[in-house]
Every structure is written in C-alpha cells, then in structure tokens.
Ligand binder design. Structure first.
Ligand code: TYM
Length: 338
C-alpha cells in the first residue's frame, strides 16, 4: 500500500538527556544512512518526554543536547528536516483524533506502558497511556512510509499501522494514510545493558556501568567495558553456543556491528580466546567511533543560538507539510476548517 506514497522517513528521539550507544547503533546511525537516499524528517519529541515529569530547565537543556547529538552523529539539517515536536501543534491535534480512533484494548496490550508505569499504574499520567497514539500522529502527519527505530519500538509501530488502517477504513478514505514500514537494523536491533544481557541498554537504568553514553570520555569507555559482565567460558567458535550467554553475545554483537564484521568473522578470529582480548578491541573500536561524536556534541552545545536556529528552520519546514495534511484530515473527519 505504501507504494503509492512518496517515500518519506520519519523518526523521533526523546530529549531525556545523554543519549547512549543503543540510541546511536539502534537508530541514529540508520537515520544518517537514510538521509543519503530519502526525504527524512527527524524530531526531538518533547511532547513525549513530558509523559513523565521533566524539570523545565533540564528539558530545555536536553532538547538542545539531543539536537547537538543529531548533528554530531552526522545528520545534515540542509538535507533532512530536524525540529522540535511541540513547535508544530498539528502533532497534538492529530493525536487527539487518533485517541478517538485507537481502542482501549490496543493500549492495554502495550508492553512499554506496563514497564514504564511499573507497579503503580493508577499513578501514571494519562499521557503515558496514550503515548503510542501521539507516536502515530508524529509519523502519519507527514504520511511517512518508513520509520527507522530500535527493536523496542516494534510494538508501537504495529499499533501505528493499525491506526492508519482503521482511519482509512472508518472514513472510507482508502489509501489516505500510508501503512508505514518499521526499519529495524537486522544485525543489531537491540543493544543490551552491559550489566545484564537480558535487559536493553537504557537511559533509565540506575547503573552508569550499564551503558556507554555518547559523551563518555576515553577513560570511561575503557572502564565500563572492562567492568562489563561476561562469563567464565572462553569465546566460542559457533553462534549457537552463544544462545544462553546473553552478556557474551551482546559484546560480540556490538563489536561486530561497529567494526563492520559478520558475527561469524568475529568468532573465527576470537574463538578460544579470553574475553579480555575482545574487551580491549571493543574498547578501542568504541573510542574511535564514539569519542569524536562526544567531542562534537560538547562543542555544539556551547552554541545554543545555532541549535535553536536549526530547530526553528526545521519547524517551519515541518509546519508547511503538517498544515496541508491536517487540513485534509479535518475535511475527511467532517470538521469545518477556516
Ligand atoms: P527513545 O527516545 O527511547 O529512543 C530513540 C531511539 O533509540 C532506539 N533505542 C535503542 N535501539 C537499540 N538498542 C537499545 N538499547 C535502544 N534504546 C533506544 C529506540 O528504539 C528509538 O528508535 N517512542 C520513541 C520516540 C518516538 C518515535 C516517534 C520514534 C516518538 N515518536 C515516531 C519513531 C517514530 C522513543 O521513546 O524512543
């Protein structure tokens, strides 16, 4: 169905401070590749961030830091639209319409809400509950056909597809919204915590040792990888033998991905060796990849005006598309627009 639409990429990142290796390898690296071949729209999603309380000064700081991270990782604001979500009010308007399309049963299936709300569900914000409907609005407002994300967003993307389909069916406006395709890296869809290979690397993990932040220094990277959990077995020669060794698999996966090797190649060269060898090579590769990005982020952060200007220009471009599409949606729904 998406074939009838102009190929458009949309993705978003929450401004919740200090982005990490999982955000980079699972999503942002792919954003950079995609901007070489498609029209891309990348959004710093502040409306999503406030589904959990944010200190207003911190939020502003994190908005600029996330924008700096986009640029430092290689996004080009002349090629791609880079903007902040709250400055294009059509996101909220479409989200409301989707609140009325989406079903409570669908929301109740969302595992990320259950994880984030934890035991005290009654006390979670309503915004956190309907968060995936806003995500649908982000994507469909631009009629995006492709959405690069990490594996943890897969369920949300399935919901976005259901919302698009239901809107098209309910309003008998076949093909109005595309059914967007998730683009999930095959080789490394989920970077896991360095302390527990069964959990994803995450900003909200209490332990700093669980993740590599993009602004970590060389020393911090070496220390964190040195301390990363492994097991007492040597590196195996077959992929099957990594099945019940999540921490080992994670380090080997990260190493293979950033050095552009297949898992088989890595195992061929490392089989029988101790993890200290892999950790040394992994740290070197991480320092070479991450430290230049971190330095650039720190440099860019000093120039707030420059970053705000990028967001402003991007928001204006985003608004042009958003306005046209929201007016069409209002017309389909039966609203009278002035
Ligand atoms: P967020 O801000 O949590 O994460 C940003 C991107 O990073 C990916 N990611 C990971 N990938 C691999 N391994 C990990 N450990 C890891 N941690 C994070 C996420 O999958 C994501 O792609 N709901 C979204 C933001 C959003 C959005 C959208 C995304 C809002 N609207 C529309 C796509 C389209 C989120 O919270 O991502």
């Amino acid at each position: 169905m998406s074939n009838n639409f102009k190929q458009t990429v949309f993705s978003g990142v929450q401004p919740t401070g200090n982005l990490h290796l999982g955000n980079y390898l699972g999503a942002i690296k792919n954003f950079v590749e995609l901007q070489k071949k498609m029209k891309c729209i990348y959004c710093v999603v502040d409306l999503h961030a406030i589904t959990v309380f944010q200190d207003s000064k911190e939020l502003k700081k994190n908005m600029l830091e996330t924008t700096a991270t986009f640029i430092a990782c290689g996004l080009d604001f002349k090629k791609s639209i880079i903007f902040n979500q709250s400055s294009v009010s059509e996101h909220s308007e479409l989200a409301w319409i989707f609140n009325c399309i989406s079903r409570i049963g669908w929301m109740n299936r969302m595992t990320q809400f259950k994880e984030k709300a934890g035991k005290n569900k009654e006390n979670a914000s309503v915004g956190l509950y309907v968060y995936p409907n806003l995500m649908a609005a982000d994507i469909l407002l631009y009629k995006a056909t492709h959405v690069p994300v990490g594996d943890d967003q897969k369920q949300h993307l399935e919901l976005v597809r259901d919302i698009a389909q239901k809107f098209n069916n309910d309003y008998k406006s076949d093909n109005f919204f595309p059914i967007p395709e998730p683009l999930i890296q095959k080789k490394l869809s989920r970077v896991m915590s360095l302390r527990d290979g069964k959990n994803k690397m995450s900003k909200s993990d209490e332990s700093e040792y669980s993740r590599i932040n993009l602004q970590d220094t060389e020393d911090e990277i070496y220390k964190k990888i040195k301390k990363a959990k492994t097991d007492s077995e040597p590196i195996p020669s077959r992929i099957e033998d990594l099945k019940n060794r999540p921490e080992a698999l994670n380090l080997i996966n990260i190493y293979s991905f950033i050095t552009n090797k297949t898992l088989e190649n890595t195992l061929d060269s490392m089989a029988g060796k101790d993890f200290s060898k892999l950790k040394k090579e992994l740290s070197d590769a991480l320092v070479a990849t991450i430290c230049p990005i971190g330095k650039k982020i720190k440099e860019l952060k000093k120039d707030e005006k420059y970053l705000i200007d990028i967001l402003k220009k991007g928001s204006n471009k985003a608004k042009e598309i958003a306005k046209i599409n929201i007016n069409k949606v209002k017309d389909i729904v039966g609203f009278i627009s002035h």
